[in-house]
Ligand binder design. Structure first.
Ligand code: FEO
Ligand code: CA
Ligand code: CA
Length: 633
């Protein structure tokens, strides 16, 4: 099967010839990528060296063991694994015989994006006590139920929904050890059934009303919560990614459904068999209520999450917030699918610390999509009702009657605007000193619609198998600008090409700047490729850290078998790094055999004697230095 996409010329980069051309352009300053982004050497002069711990860091070798491996200077604590109670509920059982009600009081499956929100004491952020928000992206129903998908039932669907969403837990450090505070008035699980509100241009749109809610405007639940964002006012943004896979479409899906991958075979979680909300033949608008950025205030445990429709509907990876020069809120977002786009939202209002109801800023603004050109320049194209582009207009002539239509069918609007298809945009990180933005483009390998690796992925074409990271700088260093310049930071692979030297990595996904300006990179090589063929040199999925001023990247941590690394945050004093291990032991089908649950991985119980065993479990780690000094400095 050959790949016949039509990606933009700018990012149709990594065929072997293209790769040589590209790297020649990078190193020689040739015309291909001669944008005016500041080279890293100049960046070093501009911001000074990143903090000092990097100089002391020894690289780890690639890992293949079923454990978390890290340098001797560090210690790793298991903080919060699938099945652990969020408060005073029951501990999950080794054989996964817990019911849905128990699961709704426990950590969900497949930890993803995460953020630590410290409490404030006497006007200062307390680095030892706060709330941790953790996304639970999806489930492996082979592991979630004692007998897996056998005897599929309403109870199993209820438990699967309860294992999705977000956990908010209270955590505290006593001496060197972190613990989940139990019971806690702050602890909360948000699941695929939790009532959520809508805001913005699609809030009361007819396409958002459904009989499943008696034609009301309360959405039930959030799902496939992937990466995240943090607002300037200290709330959490959780992002709905592959929502299409939960909805069974009709034999004749609408064009707008097909554009998001909704069709007769798309209900792979089998929720529709017992919850008609997920059967689009019964509730055709229900899928329109997913694919949004959802705001959660962790400090208001009774407040409903809010789906902010002004930020567009697509397969949201993350929602990285920054401020424009004039104080408007800017949110960078990737649509993680092969040859989808990068977006940004710019609020109309300005953020003022202490203002009333700052969440209103996410209800009204301009949504843009990015166009990248070959010359290292780029442009933000407004997805505004009435806007006209060469390919068409966002008007009734092209099926858009109002801004609600534009945000609900955001991908179609971006197609008309002429956005640049990208190699699966994952996390976006903004440099804390320069404001420059960085995005991981994890690969452009083909996957079949049901998420199983296709023959094409097993035998990849010479395309962008290993992924890359690019960076862009907004004009005038103003995040609200309409134009930017861009450059490749690093083409991943056994040999890195670009502006980073050091340890090899592939398929970058998680990306985060610590407050000192180190760039942390988390990888997601698919379970079907790990430690095989061209992916052998990389070992297990891993986390690396780069000092951009030096142009160096070191492997910092290697994960257990068949996990991916995703989710990263720190305590405000840099003492502790929180990191998530997602889906250890994942089988290539993403559906494990319940009769052999530990066939691939027995982590974390094989490494942490206090952990509940029986099954591999996604988990949050708290990583500190053994000498008690800050990890990040
Ligand atoms: Fe949920 Fe794109 O990773
Ligand atoms: Ca990801
Ligand atoms: Ca991923």
């Amino acid at each position: 099967m050959s790949i016949q996409p039509t990606p933009s010329p700018a990012l149709d980069l990594p065929t072997p010839q293209r790769r040589r051309l590209l790297t020649a352009g990078l190193f020689a300053g040739g015309s291909l990528l001669a944008g005016s982004s500041v080279p890293l050497a100049a960046l070093a002069a501009e911001v000074g060296r990143a903090g000092g711990f990097f100089a002391q860091l020894d690289s780890l070798p690639p890992g293949s063991a079923d454990e978390v491996s890290i340098g001797d200077a560090y210690q790793v604590q298991l903080l919060f694994a699938w099945g652990d109670p969020i408060s005073d509920g029951p501990q999950g059982r080794a054989d996964a015989s817990d019911d849905a009600a128990a699961q709704a009081q426990q950590a969900g499956m497949h930890h993803d994006g995460m953020h630590f929100f410290p409490f404030t004491k006497t006007g200062q952020r307390d680095p030892t006590h706060g709330l941790l928000c953790v996304n639970h992206e999806y489930t492996d129903d082979g592991l979630l139920h004692r007998d897996g998908l056998l005897n599929w039932s309403a109870d199993k669907v209820a438990k699967s929904k309860a294992a999705h969403g977000v956990s908010v837990i209270e955590i505290r450090r006593d001496g060197t050890r972190w613990q989940v505070v139990r019971p806690s008035p702050w602890a909360r699980r948000i699941t695929a059934d939790t009532p959520c509100q809508l805001s913005g241009p699609a809030r009361a749109h007819p396409a958002m009303l459904t009989a499943a809610d008696r034609w009301g405007q309360t959405v039930h639940g959030t799902l496939n919560n992937c990466a995240m964002g943090v607002t300037p006012w200290g709330t959490y943004l959780t992002c709905e990614e592959n929502f299409n896979t939960y909805f069974k479409g009709s034999q004749t899906p609408q064009r707008s459904q097909q554009r998001y991958g909704i069709h007769a075979q798309s209900g792979r979680y089998r929720w529709h068999e017992f919850d008609p909300r997920f059967d689009l033949e019964q509730h055709p608008n229900e899928a329109n209520r997913f694919g949004w950025v959802v705001e959660i205030d962790p400090f208001k445990p009774a407040a409903a999450p809010i789906k902010h429709t002004a930020l567009g509907r697509f397969k949201h990876e993350g929602a990285t917030c920054t401020l424009a020069a004039d104080g408007r809120v800017v949110v960078y977002m990737g649509d993680d699918e092969r040859f989808e786009y990068i977006y940004k939202f710019v609020s109309h209002g300005r953020y003022l610390p202490g203002m009333d109801n700052p969440g209103q800023l996410l209800t009204d603004g301009t949504l843009y999509v990015a166009r990248f050109d070959r010359q290292g320049k780029g442009e933000w194209l407004a997805l505004r009702y009435g806007e006209k582009y060469a390919k068409g207009a966002l008007t009734a002539d092209y099926g858009f009657a109002n801004q609600g239509d534009v945000v609900i069918r955001c991908r179609e609007a971006a197609d008309l605007a002429g956005a640049t298809p990208m190699d699966r945009p994952e996390w976006i990180a903004v440099h804390p000193q320069t404001g420059e933005a960085f995005v991981t483009l994890t690969n452009n390998s083909q996957r079949s619609q049901d998420g199983k690796p296709s023959a094409d992925e097993a035998n990849p074409r010479p395309n962008n198998r290993f992924g890359h990271i690019i960076r862009w700088r907004e004009q005038r260093q103003d995040a609200a600008a309409n134009r930017f310049t861009w450059q490749v930071l690093s083409l991943a692979g056994e040999t890195l090409h670009g502006e980073l030297d050091g340890d090899a990595f592939a398929n970058p996904d998680g990306l985060w700047f610590d407050p000192q300006g180190h760039l942390w990179i988390q990888t997601d090589i698919s379970s079907s490729s790990l430690n095989k063929g061209a992916f052998t040199p990389f070992g297990n999925n891993q986390m690396l850290v780069a000092d951009l001023a030096q142009g160096r990247v070191h492997r910092f941590l290697s994960g257990p078998r068949h996990c991916e690394l995703t989710g990263i945050s720190s305590s405000p004093d840099g003492h502790t790094l929180f990191v998530n291990i997602q889906h250890p032991g994942e089988s290539p089908s993403e559906r494990s055999d319940p009769t052999q649950p530990t066939a691939i991985s027995a982590w974390p119980a094989n490494q942490f004697p206090d952990a509940v065993g029986g099954r591999p479990r996604s988990a949050t780690l708290a990583i500190t230095r053994r000498d008690g000094q800050p990890l990040i400095f």
